[in-house]
Design a protein around this ligand. Structure first.
Ligand SMILES: Nc1nc2c([nH]c(=O)n2[C@H]2C[C@H](O)[C@@H](COP(=O)(O)OP(=O)(O)OP(=O)(O)O)O2)c(=O)[nH]1
Length: 162
């Protein structure tokens, strides 16, 4: 067991090594290749941030690449087999429970029927996103979409519509 480290303030805490996470941004495209709706899923009961909306994915297992992890996670969680994986953006998030590096990949092709295998909910969304609340680490992605799509105004709501 390592000794606890005495620190004066949070700024002197050693940086935590991020856990690598593969995240799938499934996007529908029309015949002209224009991007439309994207898929969000809700985090299952029992996980941190249960009920928050996110892009499906999960942590890399030992020896896996981002692409391998994404293929495995999307079969395990939502029952689909994905085609080409397009690495898009990376983002490090420092949560109290973990420091994670989110490796966001766009996916335009998949086969199989969507099946929520962890009793999550799924929702095809455009901007502004109607489902709420959205996971903090998902909000920057909505901003990137807004930039790509020339969307002005809010990207999501803080609380569910009602
Ligand atoms: N899947 C996903 N995770 C995200 C997003 N944004 C974000 O901050 N995260 C964070 C939440 C978690 O801390 C981490 C993903 O870990 P997880 O707990 O969902 O992974 P997992 O499915 O492998 O879970 P487990 O087997 O360890 O329970 O990344 C996102 O858009 N999608």
């Amino acid at each position: 067991m390592s000794e606890p480290i005495a620190v004066d303030g949070a700024e002197s805490l050693p940086e935590r090594v991020p856990v690598e996470v593969a995240v799938g941004v499934l996007v529908e495209r029309d015949a002209d290749g224009r991007e439309g709706r994207f898929l969000l899923t809700s985090r299952p009961a029992g996980k941190v941030y249960a009920g928050f909306w996110e892009f499906p994915g999960g942590k890399l297992e030992a020896g896996e690449t981002v692409e391998q992890a994404l293929r495995r996670e999307l079969i395990e969680e939502i029952g689909i087999t994905i085609g080409a994986v397009h690495p898009w953006r990376e983002l490090v998030m420092d949560y109290p429970h973990a420091r994670v590096r989110l490796n966001f990949c766009k996916v335009f092709d998949w086969t199989g029927e969507f099946e929520m295998r962890e009793a999550q909910a799924m929702a095809w969304q455009t901007l502004p996103v109607e489902v709420a609340p959205v996971l903090p680490g998902t909000i920057p992605v909505l901003r990137w979409f807004a930039e790509e799509r020339g969307h002005a105004g809010p990207t999501h709501r803080e609380t569910p519509a009602g």
